[in-house]
Write a protein that binds this ligand. Structure first.
Ligand code: SF4
Length: 483
């Protein structure tokens, strides 16, 4: 590996989840033509906070120039009134980030703002480019200097180098060179531009608030600002929102659609409409199908809060077993906490979840969760329930076994760390200490989504990737697996 390759390996490779969850990737939001554009964007980012908690940023336009404010941490901690006042103008875009590529630092916080021969532009990206490393190496050899470790910066370099005079044409030319997942919002001095990759991996929706047009990763952010959902930006569509209203273009050759099914399983908020469907309805159907496929004699159905909540409701309704809140989540803990010197058993899980003894004691419990990643959290929850007096614990999972990593903008552990990639279902059941374990089948999951396999990305359940992942990326993953 050359020195350049080694450095890129450190900065550009998708991060791999450090805890026992797949992680939301990023959220993007944009406002065109509202006197409080930055303030609305700030509120919109609150609505998208679940999609990224490491950093956030807003870029606004006052017509003569762009203004930028960003920082590390949650939206509420970063932005002060003075910062929002500095974000002048009636156009703004914003971003919340959970690092999928590049280190966790403020340099990698988006939106990225550049001043190029096309004028000032900024971009907010949700997704991950699978050929960013090769493009970046070629650009660096050609003299380009990168400021961040993010794959998104590659897009800006390609735009800046484009010979096209027109910004929209330069964006299209740049995006025709990249592969992978992108839902993007650009801001220039007088317009915002939304683009979804031709496969449509990540969601992006258009909304309306009076005369203002809004773009958002999820519709739950529209509700927060009293905006109405108009429609999804279609896979492969580019919308230019300016003085002439919303202009729609289809600049890319059509490709089979591969919308991320994990948006329904876990990432998106249940009060959102994603890919034209209610997340809460799909999640409940996942639970119903799970109950049909994996029935069990039990006294109560207990969700792992919050992610297993709606699937558990569906399971309870279908199985006619009473739904019970047997676990309580502490919503106020941060991502890190200082453990006491005297070890407390299962501390990491206990600080977030605690069983309600009066609910579970003496009961045969069906424990419903959205997925099992490493299995370590499930193991601790099962043990906690038993210690709280549960007579039996039957684990039911509202998705199939996760056997492969994601390269399309989701922070996942390496393949080797995914318990279902290396162990049989019986071995997993024994590892987590459950009386029984049942997963939803791929067919049951797709039925709940209501779309055929061909229109859906299910790669983390099948290992079949709809967009070829650069050989170098896979090799690195194998190297990690072997290390
Ligand atoms: Fe979504 Fe999994 Fe496909 Fe990634 S691999 S886009 S998480 S379905």
């Amino acid at each position: 590996m050359t020195a350049q390759e080694e450095r890129l390996d450190r900065t550009l490779r998708p991060t791999r989840a450090r805890d026992d969850r797949f992680h939301d990737e990023c959220g993007v939001f944009g406002v065109y033509h509202h006197p409080e554009a930055a303030h609305l964007t700030y509120l919109g980012l609150h609505g998208l906070q679940h999609r990224g908690q490491e950093s956030a940023g807003i870029v606004s336009s006052s017509g003569d120039r762009l203004h930028e404010e960003k920082g590390m941490g949650h939206v509420a901690r970063i932005f002060r009134k003075t910062m929002l006042r500095r974000l002048k103008g009636d156009l703004a875009i914003g971003h919340v980030r959970y690092s999928t590529a590049g280190a966790s630092s403020v340099e990698n916080a988006q939106p990225f703002l550049i001043d190029s021969c096309k004028g000032e532009i900024a971009v907010a990206h949700n997704g991950n480019l699978v050929n960013a490393q090769a493009i970046r190496m070629a650009l660096e050899r050609d003299g380009s200097i990168f400021r961040t470790g993010s794959d998104t910066e590659v897009i800006l370099h390609l735009i800046a180098r484009s010979k096209k005079d027109d910004l929209e044409a330069a964006i299209v030319e740049a995006l025709k060179q990249v592969e992978g997942a992108y839902s993007l919002i650009f801001i220039a001095r007088d317009r915002i531009i939304g683009v979804r990759d031709p496969r449509g991996f990540r969601p992006l929706s258009l909304g309306r608030l009076g005369d203002a047009h809004i773009l958002s990763s999820e519709s739950c952010a529209f509700d927060l600002i009293d905006a109405a959902l108009v429609r999804d930006i279609e896979p492969g569509e580019m919308v230019v929102i300016g003085e002439a209203g919303v202009k729609s273009y289809r600049p890319f050759p059509p490709q089979p659609v591969s919308q991320c099914i994990f948006e329904y399983v876990y990432f998106s908020r249940p009060d959102s409409q994603v890919f034209g469907r209610s997340v809460h309805e799909v999640r409940k159907r996942l639970g119903r199908n799970l109950a049909k496929e994996q029935p069990v004699e039990a006294d109560i159905v207990v969700p792992v809060p919050d992610s297993g909540m709606y699937a558990a409701l569906g399971y309870a309704r279908e199985s006619k077993i009473p739904f019970a809140l047997g676990l309580v989540r502490n919503h106020y803990v941060g991502r890190t906490f200082i453990e006491p010197k005297q070890a407390i058993r299962h501390f990491g899980v206990k600080v977030k979840l605690n069983p309600v003894k009066e609910v579970v004691a003496g009961k045969r419990v069906v424990l419903v969760d959205d997925s099992i990643v490493r299995g370590t959290t499930s193991k601790k929850i099962v043990r906690m329930l038993r210690e709280a007096g549960a007579r039996e614990v039957h684990v039911r999972v509202s998705s199939p076994p996760t056997v492969a990593s994601c390269y399309y903008g989701i922070d996942t552990p390496t393949r080797r760390e995914l318990i279902a990639a290396t162990q049989t279902q019986d071995e997993i059941r024994d590892f987590i200490g459950a009386d029984s374990l049942g997963y939803l089948s791929p067919e049951g999951m797709l039925e709940a989504f209501g779309r055929p396999q061909q229109a859906t990305c299910t790669a983390c359940f099948t290992g079949i990737y709809p967009v070829e992942v650069e050989e170098e990326e896979r090799e690195k993953e194998h190297a990690l697996d072997a290390s």
